[in-house]
Design a protein around this ligand. Structure first.
Ligand code: ADP
Ligand code: ADP
Ligand code: MG
Length: 472
């Protein structure tokens, strides 16, 4: 087993990995940017090393991070999610330095990283894909032509896309022409690559993804599914496991296809195969994420498998400790991404100082967070500041437990998605358990709530200021 792992990430993601290291008696080395000097991952790791002054570029500095790992005598690097986690050059540089990359091979990352390359590989492997173009589009005129052959609505998508960006639905020739250049520009800015392709738009789909684990000895299993249909702007906000939409038959079929897809690219380590499921319960491959995912916690809750520990064991060359037949799931879990954003203002980010922070506890509750009272959420990063994972023996119990936990959760100083989630969790439609990706747009009434009382907030800010003056 490894002696020391460098965690090439920040925030709750880095803390999650540090915790796994600690339970495996592996030392953890955190890295951080100057604005992150007071970040919690810096305090929780056994060692923390400054990368540089730039808030974002620091975490993308391949050369510097590999160099720090070598100097600190780390025998492995975990990339987490976001940042360098889907960058084949990073995996390659880590391997070249004689350090183990906790993740798949650079080839597997490259093959699945581009959505067009992935579609080609999956079609060749006989995996059902969303109908669409295999090659990239060359002009808006060509896009209009293909859209007419395919039939509207269609989706224009960035081949290098991620995090819900670079995706636009088009319902007419005019919209294709209008969106083509915009999507191209967005893709160039966000991913440094303006390659676009087209997919048939699946109307009112469910986003259902399968977690896979594959070791370096040819064993590959899936850990069942997560339903991530509750999204805003194609980005996940609330995820549940298992899905209430699929039965055991379909679960088995989709799981087998996820394993088949992974084997087709010689996948090793943890990965996720994302599908869209339509109204007829037909399912289509959408993309594979070649890394740990934000919502892995709900799979851990229903299966009892520690996915990050498994990632590390697989990277160390161990054989998976279970076969598919030995895996099962129990109860239901839901994850809420607590973002520093104002849902009532278009989910605009709300960085700022946390004045009060009380997280929930008790049976079935797990909190993965990175903020504390007095912490200043920097404006440079993803707005997610905590994840609340709730497990219950039945869906109904999970929902009432989630209502209870959301009520207990108290974050002041910045607006968050919490009050919006309280509304969702208390609604009949959520209890009903049937959602497609249009859920949020169809229920704007859930955005109608009173944000926390301003006066209470000021009182909390004053308390923090007094405590700071007193040197507490
Ligand atoms: P998941 O796929 O794990 O559910 P997200 O899509 O929200 O999660 O992505 C996880 C994190 O990685 C987020 O911080 C997101 O902003 C970031 N991310 C995902 N894909 C990319 C990408 N291609 N480029 C940059 N950041 C990305
Ligand atoms: P990302 O890499 O940003 O996660 P995905 O390809 O996984 O991009 O798509 C993200 C979300 O966008 C999906 O969960 C779904 O809600 C929506 N989406 C993507 N492609 C389609 C499609 N062809 N039809 C309908 N919705 C889609
Ligand atoms: Mg996706």
């Amino acid at each position: 087993m490894f002696k020391r792992i460098l965690v090439a990430n920040r925030g709750e993601c880095a803390i999650r990995i540090i915790r796994a290291c600690s339970e495996l008696s592996i030392e953890s080395v955190a890295v951080y940017s100057e604005p992150d000097s007071h970040a919690l991952h810096v305090k929780k790791a056994d060692q923390a090393i400054l990368i540089g002054p730039d808030p974002v570029k620091s975490y993308l500095n391949i050369h510097r991070i590999v160099d720090i790992a070598a100097k600190a005598k780390c025998d492995a690097i975990h990339p987490g999610y976001g940042f360098l986690s889907e960058n084949p050059d990073f995996a390659e540089a880590v391997n070249k330095a004689g350090i183990t990359y906790v993740g798949p091979s650079p080839d597997a990352i490259a093959n699945m990283g581009s959505k067009t390359a992935a579609r080609t590989a999956m079609l060749a492997a006989g995996v059902p894909c969303i109908p669409g173009t295999e090659a990239s589009l060359t002009s808006s005129d060509e896009a209009v032509e293909i859209a007419n052959e395919m039939g509207y609505p269609i989706m224009l998508k960035a081949a290098a896309g991620g995090g819900g960006r670079g995706i636009r639905r088009c319902d007419s020739d005019e919209e294709v022409i209008e969106n083509y250049a915009v999507t191209q520009r967005e893709a160039m800015t966000a991913f440094g690559n303006d390659e676009l392709f087209m997919e048939k738009c699946i109307v009112e789909p469910r986003h259902i993804e399968f977690q896979v684990l594959a070791d370096s000895h040819g064993n590959c299993v899936h850990l069942f599914e997560r339903d991530c249909s509750i999204q805003r702007r194609n980005q996940k906000l609330i995820e549940i496991a298992p899905s209430n939409y699929i039965d055991n038959d379909l679960r088995e079929k989709m799981g087998a296809v996820a394993v088949q897809a992974s084997k087709a690219v010689n996948y090793v380590n943890a990965g996720t195969v994302e599908f869209l499921v339509d109204k007829n319960h037909d399912f289509f491959f959408m993309e594979m994420n070649t890394r740990l995912q934000v919502e892995h916690t709900i799979t851990e809750a229903i299966t009892g498998v520690d996915i990050v520990v498994q990632q590390i064991r697989i990277a160390a060359g161990e054989t998976l400790p279970f076969t598919q037949d030995e895996l099962s799931f129990k109860g239901h879990a839901v994850e809420f991404r607590i973002n520093a954003e104002d849902p009532q203002n278009g989910f605009f980010p709300t960085p700022g100082r946390i004045t009060r922070y009380h997280s929930p506890g008790g049976p079935g509750i797990r909190v993965d967070g990175c903020v504390y009272p007095g912490y200043q959420i920097p404006p440079h990063y993803d707005s997610m500041c905590a994840k609340l994972t709730v497990w219950g023996p039945s869906w109904e119990h999970t929902v009432t437990r989630a209502q209870r936990a959301l009520k207990e959760y108290d974050i002041r100083g910045v607006k968050t998605t919490l009050p919006y989630y309280r509304q969702i969790a208390a609604s009949e439609i959520f209890l009903d358990g049937q959602f497609d990706t249009g859920f949020m747009d169809r229920h704007p009434e859930l955005l109608d709530y009173k944000p926390f009382e301003a006066r209470e907030d000021i009182a909390a800010a004053v308390a923090v200021a007094i405590a700071a003056q007193a040197g507490l």
